[in-house]
Design a binder for this molecule. Structure first.
Ligand SMILES: C[S@@+](CC[C@H](N)C(=O)[O-])C[C@H]1O[C@@H](n2cnc3c(N)ncnc32)[C@H](O)[C@@H]1O
Length: 211
């Protein structure tokens, strides 16, 4: 519990006024930190919790043309920031998949008090590699896990798309293992840019189904 509170104090909020503004506007709290689990080179590494800056997720959703027909899924959703942002930005449905029970509980608490609790938002506490991705049209990843887990998630997605052909877009923030997506054969890379306007130095890369 104490770890979760790390990175959620007044200093972090003061230094990130845009994120503080959007948390308040959505009626949620998503500042926090939990450490990574596993060696940085391990296949099933679980990355630490660090929320995506609102500016970045809104820019990504706009770039993808997110709309009411979209089902957005954040694999490794933490406290739910991007899941709420996706609904706010117009996605018809938004799902957050998180392995850490305390982060999942925090996201559920956010949902109860949120200004958008009447929208189609759902949080699921399960390993991303066990989530059934049927219906998903937008996948969001903020470097959540190691390459072994990513490979399983992409394989599930690929199987589902071949069964139910549809256009699926993937946004991978801090794309540490892009080769996993490039190797899938089903997705083609459509772009990459720097996550400007934030203190984070990461790039964001995009793929789309090439059916
Ligand atoms: C960098 S944080 C991103 C949080 C959120 N997506 C955001 O952008 O605001 C990565 C998250 O992935 C979660 N995670 C790591 N491995 C996972 C797995 N196998 N299944 C689901 N979630 C996982 C971590 O617990 C952490 O909350």
């Amino acid at each position: 519990m104490l770890n979760i509170l790390k990175g959620s104090g007044w200093k972090t909020r003061l230094l990130n006024p845009v994120d503080e503004f959007w948390d308040r506007r959505l009626g949620i709290s998503t500042f926090g930190y939990t450490p990574a689990i596993g060696d940085k080179d391990s296949l099933d590494l679980r990355m630490h919790y660090e929320p995506t800056p609102y500016r970045v997720i809104f820019k990504i959703l706009k770039h993808l043309g997110a709309g009411p027909d979209d089902v957005f899924v954040d694999f490794g959703s933490g406290m739910g920031r991007t899941t709420f942002a996706a609904c706010w930005a117009g996605c018809g449905r938004s799902v957050g998949v998180e392995i850490d029970p305390s982060l999942y509980r925090h996201a559920c608490m956010n949902l109860e008090k949120s200004a958008v609790s009447d929208r189609q938002i759902q949080f699921i506490c399960t390993p991303a590699q066990r989530y059934d991705p049927s219906g998903t049209t937008i996948v969001y990843l903020f470097h959540p896990f190691g390459p072994g887990t990513l490979q399983l998630v992409v394989a599930n997605l690929q199987r589902d798309i071949l069964d139910n052909p549809r256009d699926v877009k993937i946004a991978y923030n801090n794309p540490v293992f892009p080769e996993t997506l490039d190797a899938s054969g089903l997705f083609r890379k459509t772009g990459e840019w720097a996550a400007e306007g934030t203190k984070l130095p990461y790039r964001v890369a995009f793929w789309q189904t090439a059916l």
